[in-house]
Structures are given as structure tokens and as C-alpha cells.
Design a binder for this molecule. Structure first.
Ligand code: F6P
Length: 706
């Protein structure tokens, strides 16, 4: 019996792949067996070639699910140009006592989603059935191309029901669904019970839950002390400055570039444009073509977007603003978070008591409006220098304040109000407590209760004059923090970027859960120093897969809904193979960076034979696109559905993927600038645990072996 799979480029179905393969589509294969006459308690199973089916070992065969009284099904997902799959059906006793009966005849071959040959029945013969009894079951196979979004949708349907959906046309993802935990006798390498002994320090710039407002833009004028107190009116004059910031669209090093305008605003010379801004002009790289088109063809003010937060204190505004900033930056949009509280603290000190926030306190009102105008002015100036999305984070809870902002924005940028409303007293109380612990406003308050009292008074002061948004373009997030029954209302929202923002906000939540990121175990190509390829694991890699299994079982033992995500490449699937008891999903989007014509070569070989390519990559690894392959920016773009799905998940997820892909995913959680992505350290045999929660994200690393 065969034990492997063979590469079969001739099985490639050009049409299917042409249509969706290039867009990340996958082939959803549904194997069915109609068993009108069952023999006792025998369950149809499938076993076969690594990597898709898993194993030729009968004890590891995958059970088919009962779809109806007489129909059994097993579905899985493969790339459209998948390797030839060798498999056979077998019947296994339900109680696992007694022999398995393997179907008669040669191995079956599945090529490009089609069964080879005309074998439409599976024939089973066994002494246990009786002398003349032969069971003959009809076999059917159906293969459909599905998009990653379709897969994600059906994955959710599957998770929610935790059984295969009966709605046909919406496939379930039951690929490699493992038998119940504990039933399989998997020999795992030893891993001491104490997971903590594997903890290694995270790099300096690791994810940490710092108070989000501290990470926002530092005020240009207030911090340097050069701007004296000004009224809001004085700032309006500044809007009249002309904007000449250029729009670059760079689809990758070596590829043709589209440059609409490259004229630099002379006033930028004295401004602190970081190297990132220079290297990553607005709309470069990972930004989707639709966003670019919107930017180029839309009205002038639509090319820059201000997301203006609205809401009472302790409604999660700063947290939402920080999350949105991280997401948009990761996608390649020049985005900055301006927190008015930070301006206030710098200008008026950290210890303003509740009275400062009373609407009938004229000095307080003037001071607050002034810092809001300062922050808005900084944001507009930054936009004139090339900034694309400004997130303006303050309560902005009266119509008057919002009118002032709209006036300042006129002709400069489009404003979308993002109002966060929370009606859950428990969540508000939790947020208030977090605020007292984290906010610099209360850093000097040693009496927690006194701080609590003061903050609640501040909140009442805001509440008295609060006017919900009813004007302009807006998004209202109502009770979205608690997640389940929340809703999003949108008004007058159009365009690519606003649409993406709404989509992102619909999908995020604050349910605490870990996301475990790991590379596959060492592969044979790693040992040989070759990039790309689809090799199996080395000996060390196999040990890692067992250690990882052990780790996952211990770390996630009470997490019934956790899932394991791999790429479609053997080395990740094999790394996940010994893990049982959790559903597994293969994402093509998690495949390693496509090194095109360099696939299978070593770095030395590339340097020797293709010195220009080697040099170009060295110069700009982020944007360098391998000939007929991908760049890091391409990888980021294809990972967006994965990020959205990770944001959506409420249960833990273990992502087993590859170096370049994990660098890009990690950068999202760690909020690392795009330019750093290609050099982020993601060592082999190490698990990066990202803890998502109400206070932000935190990181812990476990090194299981060298
Ligand atoms: O070497 C392992 C590997 O996963 C290759 O398959 C891939 O091309 C490479 O890492 C990505 O890392 P880098 O971008 O640093 O070459």
C-alpha cells in the first residue's frame, strides 16, 4: 500500500485555478458513501496518504460523518492543484473492538478533486459478515471551489453547531477532524508538566499592554511648548494651507510603479518624518487596489479620513481607537492615533479633578476645547504631510464640539464619527476600574476609592450634556464590547476604506483568549538550507510536533472550542498531525511566502546565480517580490482574512505556519511597523502566545527545544 503522495502537476485543473486559485480559493472535497445495508455497528472511515488524509494506519483512519440515515460523508479542503491523494475506505467497529474491514481493490486516487477511474462502489468482504455476504456501497465525490471567506463562514457555522452543517452548498470544514481526545494512543515526547520552565524572554519590542493613550501621537506644539494658548478660531485659519502631498502606488520592487504626484510639500522639510514615512508613502504596498482607486478618484477631502470617536468616558474609545490604528497601519495605510487626553495632560497637568470637566465651568470648557482644537490641528497638519487616516480620540460628546471639528475638517478630510455606546453596568464598572489603575490621570492618586469617586463624578458631568451622534457620517457601536448581543449602526458610509473599517469593527471583540503562533517543526528543506518547497519534517521537526502536541494538550486542556490552523503545506500539517481532539483547518493564506523562481534554492545559490535578485531583496526586503512569487507586502494582503477571523474567534487558536507569514501576523498583534516585518525574529520550535483581552494584548514565548 502506498504511503506517500506524489506531485502531479498534470492533475491541475486549469479552469478552477484560473478562476479562484489565484484569489486564494480552495477545493472543497466531499467524499460520500451510501450504505443502504449496514453490517452491525460498522462506521465507514477513510484512510490514506499523508498529508491530506493523514495515515495508512487503520487506527488513525478518519471517521465519516452520518449525513442522513444512509449517507456518510467526509469533507476536506485541498488546493486546486493538490497532490494526488491515495486513499481507501474501511469499516471500523463503533466500539473499536474487532477487526477493521478494508474495501477490496486497489488504492483510490483523487486528482484535481476527481476520482480516478470508474470505481463507484466500495466492496467490503469479511468472514464476520457471513459466508456469502458482500457489502457494496455507492461512492460519490463532489468538489467545489470555495473562497477563504466561504470557508471561514462555514467554519463558523460548523463551530457554532459543532456538528456538520446539513445545509448543502455551505460546506463544513471537518478536515482532519480528530477522534475524541484521549482515545488515540499517541506517543508524545516528554514535556515536563511545568510549562513555565519553557518560557523565554520576549524580544524588547514585544507585545505589552501599556495604557493605549500613552502610545498615541505626541503633540507637536504642546510638548515643545512653542504654542501658546489659542482659541479654536485661531486654529481654523491653518486649514487654508494647501496640500500637495503625493500619492504613490508601489506594487513591489522591480514591478512598474504608478506615481500620480510626487511633489513634496516644502513645509515637510522641518517636520519629523520618520524613515518609515519616507519608505512607506501613503497607499503603498499592501493597501488594496480598491483603496488606491478611491484615493485617486474620490473627492479631494475623501482621500484623507478622520475617524472621530464619540462617547462617554470608560466606553472603550481609546481601546477601539488603538485597535483600529493597529489594523489600518498593518494594512499599509498611514494612520495615526491622536488622543486629546494626552494633550490635556501635557498642557494642564495630570491631576485635574472632576470639576475641570463640568460643562458649567467656563475655564475648564475653554481649556478642553482648546486642547481638542490643538490635537485636531496637529492631525490636519499631519494629513497635509501625507497622513491618510487620523483617529481622533476624545469624548466629543456634544454637538457643539463636533461642529467645531467638522468646521476645521472642511475641505481637508472626510469625517466619520465612531460612537461607542455601552449599556452594560458591569462593563462600565470594569472599565472605570481599569482606568483608575492605568490612566496617568490617576497615577498620583494613592487612594483607589477616592480615584473611583472622582472619575464617577467626571462621568456624571459628561453625561449631563451628552448628545448622541445624529449628524453626518457615523458608525455606532452599541454594546459591542460584551460581544454577543451588540449591534453596529451605520449612516452615510461609503467607499472602500470606511467599508473595511466597519467590517473590522463588526468582527472585533474583547473576549479574552490566547492565540498561539508557531512555525512548523524543522523541515528537511530547513536542514538543507533551502527556501520554500513542500518537504516533510526532519527528525527534530517530528520531535517538535510531539512536544507541541503535549504543550497544546496541557495549555488548552479545558478549551473545548479551540482550533488548530495550518497552511496547506506538508510541514505544517505534519506538525499538527499528532494533535488530537481539536478541529483543524488548512488555510492557503497561511502558506509560506511564495519564492517564485527561487523556490527550492538556498540563499547562497540565489546570491551566486541571481546576484541582482539577491541584491534587490537585500535592499528592500519588504517590497521585494520574487520573480513569479510574492513580496512581504503581498503576504500581508493575503493574510487580512486570517486576521479578521482571528479577531472574530472567541476560543483559542493555534496557528502553525511559516517564518514570513508569522512575522506578518505577529507584527499585527505587536503593532510593529511594516518596514520591520521582514526581520522580526520568529525562531523554530518556539511558541509565541498572544493573550487577547480587555487590557490589550500581551505576549509570552515558550521555547520547547533548540
Ligand atoms: O527558510 C525557511 C523559510 O520559511 C523559507 O521557506 C522562506 O522563503 C523564508 O523562511 C522566509 O524568510 P526570509 O524572508 O527571511 O527569507
Amino acid at each position: 500500500m502506498g504511503s506517500g503522495s506524489s506531485k502531479n502537476p498534470s492533475s491541475f485543473h486549469g479552469s478552477a485555478d484560473d478562476v479562484v486559485g489565484g484569489l486564494g480559493g480552495l477545493l472543497y472535497v466531499s467524499l460520500k458513501m451510501e450504505s443502504l445495508k449496514t453490517a452491525g455497528d460498522l462506521i465507514p472511515h477513510v484512510f490514506g496518504s499523508v498529508p491530506i488524509i493523514g495515515s495508512w494506519e487503520p487506527s488513525r483512519a478518519l471517521p465519516m460523518e452520518r449525513e442522513s440515515a444512509s449517507m456518510w460523508e467526509l469533507s476536506f479542503v485541498v488546493p486546486p492543484n493538490h497532490e494526488t491523494l491515495h486513499f481507501q475506505f474501511l469499516l471500523k467497529p463503533k466500539d473499536r473492538v474487532g477487526p477493521c474491514v478494508v474495501e477490496e481493490g486497489a488504492e483510490r486516487l483523487l486528482i484535481g478533486g476527481n476520482l480516478e477511474g470508474d470505481v463507484r462502489a466500495a466492496v467490503f468482504r469479511s468472514a464476520a459478515f457471513g459466508d456469502d455476504v458482500v457489502l457494496q456501497h455507492k461512492v460519490l465525490v463532489k468538489a467545489d471551489i470555495v473562497s477563504p471567506f466561504g470557508l471561514a463562514a462555514s467554519w463558523r457555522a460548523y463551530q457554532e453547531n459543532f456538528r456538520p452543517s446539513t445545509v448543502r452548498g455551505i460546506p463544513d470544514i471537518s478536515i482532519n477532524a480528530a477522534p475524541e481526545r484521549g482515545r488515540e494512543n499517541v506517543s508524545t515526547a516528554t514535556l515536563e508538566l511545568d510549562l513555565e520552565s519553557y518560557v523565554v524572554p520576549a524580544p524588547d519590542c514585544a507585545v505589552s499592554s501599556v495604557y493605549a493613550a500613552n502610545l498615541t501621537e505626541s503633540p507637536r506644539s504642546v510638548a515643545s511648548g512653542v504654542v501658546e494658548s489659542k482659541s479654536a478660531v485661531a486654529f481654523c485659519a491653518l486649514q487654508k494651507q494647501d496640500s500637495q502631498s503625493g500619492l504613490f502606488v508601489d506594487r513591489g520592487v522591480g514591478s512598474s510603479r504608478l506615481v500620480k504626484s510626487v511633489s513634496e510639500d516644502a513645509s515637510t522639510s522641518h517636520l519629523n518624518l520618520g524613515s518609515e514615512t519616507k519608505a512607506m508613502p501613503a497607499a503603498a504596498g499592501a493597501v488594496a487596489a480598491a483603496a488606491v482607486a478611491d484615493q485617486m478618484h474620490g473627492p479631494k477631502e475623501d482621500r484623507r479620513l478622520a475617524i472621530v470617536l464619540v462617547g462617554l468616558p470608560a466606553r472603550g474609545k481609546t481601546f477601539t481607537a488603538a485597535k483600529l490604528t493597529r489594523y489600518l497601519r498593518w494594512l499599509g495605510h498611514e494612520t495615526k492615533h491622536f488622543n486629546v487626553g494626552k494633550y490635556r495632560r501635557l498642557k494642564h497637568g495630570t491631576n485635574q479633578c472632576a470639576d475641570f470637566f463640568r460643562a458649567d465651568n467656563p475655564e475648564g470648557m475653554e481649556a478642553r476645547n482648546e486642547v481638542a482644537a490643538l490635537a485636531m490641528d496637529d492631525m490636519l497638519s499631519w494629513m497635509k504631510r501625507g497622513g491618510q487616516v487620523g483617529i481622533f480620540d476624545a469624548t466629543n460628546s456634544t454637538r457643539k464640539r463636533r461642529n467645531m471639528l467638522m468646521k476645521m475638517a472642511e475641505g481637508n478630510c472626510k469625517i466619520i464619527f465612531l460612537e461607542t455606546i455601552c449599556n452594560d453596568e458591569h462593563i462600565i464598572e470594569r472599565n472605570i476600574r481599569l482606568k483608575i489603575q492605568q490612566s496617568p490621570d490617576y497615577a498620583e492618586e494613592t487612594d483607589f476609592e477616592a480615584g473611583l469617586q472622582d472619575f464617577k463624578e467626571r462621568l456624571t458631568n459628561y453625561d449631563k450634556v451628552y448628545e448622541p451622534v445624529e449628524e453626518g457620517s457615523y458608525i455606532k457601536m452599541i454594546d459591542m464590547v460584551s460581544g454577543n448581543d451588540g449591534q453596529i449602526q451605520v449612516n452615510n458610509i461609503s467607499g472602500y476604506l470606511p467599508g473595511r473599517i466597519v467590517f473590522f469593527l463588526v468582527n472585533t471583540h474583547l473576549t479574552p483568549r490566547p492565540i498561539l503562533l508557531t512555525r512548523h517543526g524543522e523541515s528537511q528543506d530547513n536542514v538543507r538550507g533551502r527556501i520554500g518547497g513542500d518537504s516533510v519534517l526532519s527528525e527534530a521537526g517530528e520531535i517538535y510536533s510531539k512536544k507541541l502536541t503535549n504543550f497544546v494538550e496541557k495549555r488548552l486542556k479545558s478549551e473545548k472550542k479551540a482550533s488548530i490552523w495550518t497552511s496547506t503545506l506538508q510541514r505544517t500539517i505534519l506538525t499538527a498531525t499528532p494533535i488530537v481532539g481539536f478541529p483543524k483547518i488548512q488555510w492557503r493564506a497561511l502558506d509560506e511566502i511564495n519564492s517564485g523562481v527561487c523556490d527550492g534554492m538556498g540563499y547562497d545559490e540565489i546570491k551566486r546565480n541571481m546576484p541582482e535578485e539577491y541584491e534587490s531583496r537585500n535592499k528592500d526586503k519588504l517590497r521585494y517580490r520574487y520573480p513569479r512569487g510574492e513580496s512581504y507586502l503581498d503576504v500581508i494582503q493575503r493574510l487580512e482574512p486570517v486576521i479578521i477571523e482571528l479577531e472574530r474567534q472567541r476560543a483559542p487558536v493555534v496557528v502553525i505556519s511559516h517564518q514570513a507569514v508569522l512575522r506578518a501576523l505577529y507584527a499585527y498583534f505587536a503593532d510593529r511597523p511594516l518596514k520591520e516585518i521582514p526581520s522580526i525574529e520568529v525562531p523554530l520550535h518556539t511558541i509565541i502566545e498572544i493573550q487577547m483581552g480587555v487590557a490589550g494584548v500581551q505576549e509570552k514565548r515558550y521555547k520547547l527545544m533548540d
